[in-house]
Design a protein around this ligand. Sequence first.
Ligand code: 4NP
Length: 150
Amino acid sequence: MKILMVCLGNICRSPLAEGVMRQLVAEAGLDWQVASAGTGNWHVSQPADKRSIAVARDFGYDISKQRAQQFNQEMFESFDHILVMDRNNLRDVLRISDHPEYRRKVMLFLPDELEVTDPYFDDQLFEPVFMQIEERCRQLIEEIKAKSEL
Ligand code: 4NP
């Protein structure tokens, strides 16, 4: 199983989702690959935002070695699930391709049409965003496991 987390900059939300998911997957003994990417190119090859690195560390996850990359068309082939943080990410990803075979791999990270708020301009948002991401990663492991066992 290969899972890609996507946000706009690939420095705040999706690096958290990548690092948390990778560690939870390892703890569950699953052989899944997890990566992340941004729809924008401003931060390519940079580490995650200091505030994301800090909140992850506070809760026991090390995301300091991850580096930002930009989402590209080949990622539709390489990944089984492409999980996007908000509707703008969804639009931007599907702008690259809306082929049905790719379209079915793409969904919002949160259920019920909810979005993960971009915390970039508000320091106070990093902890609640982290909590939301960690909780959802636990659920996603169960949901994806259940689907792949069908
Ligand atoms: P992210 O947050 O999409 O969660 O990584 C952002 C980080 C940087 C920018 C936008 C969003 N930016 O415009 O530089």
